[in-house]
Design a protein around this ligand. Structure first.
Ligand SMILES: Cc1cc2nc3c(=O)[nH]c(=O)nc-3n(C[C@H](O)[C@H](O)[C@H](O)COP(=O)(O)OP(=O)(O)OC[C@H]3O[C@@H](n4cnc5c(N)ncnc54)[C@H](O)[C@@H]3O)c2cc1C
Length: 351
């Protein structure tokens, strides 16, 4: 098989790389092992323009948010299904300090914060001892539906093989790669946490970060909002809610833990006024990194090998934007934002 590009991995990054390559009529094949719990499959799918206790804007949000919304909507049209919806976050303050921080930011951040809370909608279900505020212009993506539909589409167009990529079978030269029976101009790694084990990119400053979530039935909680209330509660498939998450830098494996389940059930008991039922427990490791900036571009020593990775906690908003930028670079030599270009690690990658 002769193609222009081999893409390893079909998470959010590989999905958007394949989407843009297809738009430009490039020849490519995606290799994905078909694992059921990956960072993209466990993610809640939230795009939240406001971040942290200080309620500051997420990095590059003015550019990446409109781009991402448009990209998901375009993909929806192509795949004939619906997986992105506007859904604001009700920020339920769990301490007086949180209310103070919100009230202080409110006059400066009128684009994304407001007091307009439809309290009657959730006051019978959630305690809000210290009040609440609204984070506007948020979006929710049903990532599992998006990934499944894109996979189906790629299989039908003969662009995806369900198999584990084995790096020992890859032969690399400066202008081509050979993988088993596939010859390509370049190979692009979109393999999430897999790149931490990969001989070409394991020197990048990845800091894998584990996250867990419970899938919970909460019958009376309105599904037209997302909630931040000590935990984040997000509408999920099958009338369930996703409740999470943790940000663990130290962990033994990627499996769900009893401690997380116990702690989260305890938190839900404190904040919910109504009964709930835990239906499932998920966990995965995020491909995070020290700088909190993506890894995009071609290897400085091996220009036939590239990477789109390091999305950390923001894959939903960052992946579409930087996949498009990377494809424009591959096809038309357009510039990659120097803040994300892996050229910044040239010294480390040259060792
Ligand atoms: C609990 C949790 C909640 C999150 N919530 C959000 C959120 O609300 N919003 C947000 O923006 N981000 C969120 N994230 C982060 C987001 O999930 C990641 O940034 C994003 O999914 C990373 O996507 P990726 O494509 O780089 O990696 P992955 O999703 O890990 O995809 C990599 C793919 O490559 C495949 N693969 C790897 N190695 C091989 C191999 N050797 N051969 C074949 N296939 C291979 C894997 O099976 C997988 O399909 C969350 C993450 C977690 C864990």
């Amino acid at each position: 098989m002769q193609v222009d590009y081999i893409i390893v991995g079909q998470g959010i990054c590989g999905s958007f790389m394949s989407h843009y390559l297809q738009q430009h009529n490039s020849k490519f094949v995606v290799l994905d092992e078909g694992k059921t719990t990956t960072s993209s499959k466990v993610a809640s799918g939230v795009i939240n323009p406001i971040t942290g206790r200080r309620l500051v804007r997420t990095w590059m949000i003015e550019e990446v948010l409109p781009f991402a919304v448009n990209a998901y909507q375009q993909l929806e049209q192509q795949l004939h299904c619906s997986f992105i919806s506007p859904k604001n976050i009700i920020d339920v303050f769990t301490t007086p300090q949180m209310k103070l921080a919100f009230d202080e930011r409110l006059p400066q951040e009128t684009d994304y914060l407001s007091n307009a809370i439809p309290s009657q909608k959730f006051e019978n279900v959630l305690h809000d001892f210290f009040g609440s505020g609204m984070i506007n212009n948020c979006w929710l993506i049903d990532i599992n539906l998006m990934l499944a539909q894109q996979r189906q589409h790629l299989i039908q167009s003969n662009n995806l093989l369900t198999e584990l990529f084995d790096a020992t079978q890859l032969q690399v030269s400066s202008n081509a790669v050979q993988y088993k029976h596939i010859t390509a101009k370049k190979i692009i790694f979109c393999d999430g946490i897999g790149s931490t084990q990969n001989q070409w990119f394991n020197m990048l400053p990845f800091v894998p970060n584990k996250g867990e979530a419970l899938l919970v039935q909460i019958d009376q909680l309105p599904r037209d909002y997302m909630y931040k209330c000590g935990v984040t509660i997000v509408p999920w498939q099958n009338n369930l809610f996703w409740v999470g998450s943790t940000y663990e830098w130290k962990f033994e494996d990627d499996k769900p833990t009893a401690q997380f389940k116990e702690k989260t059930i305890h938190t839900l008991q404190q904040i919910l006024k109504t009964p709930f039922k835990v239906v499932d427990h998920l966990s995965a490791v995020r491909p995070a990194n020290i700088e909190r900036r993506p890894f995009v571009g071609l290897h400085p020593i091996h220009p036939s090998i590239g990477i789109l990775n390091g999305m950390g906690t923001k894959g939903c908003s960052l992946a579409p934007y930087f996949a498009s930028q990377f494809v424009e670079h591959l096809l038309y030599n357009a510039p990659i934002n120097p803040l994300v270009d892996i050229k910044r690690f040239e010294k480390i990658l040259s060792r």
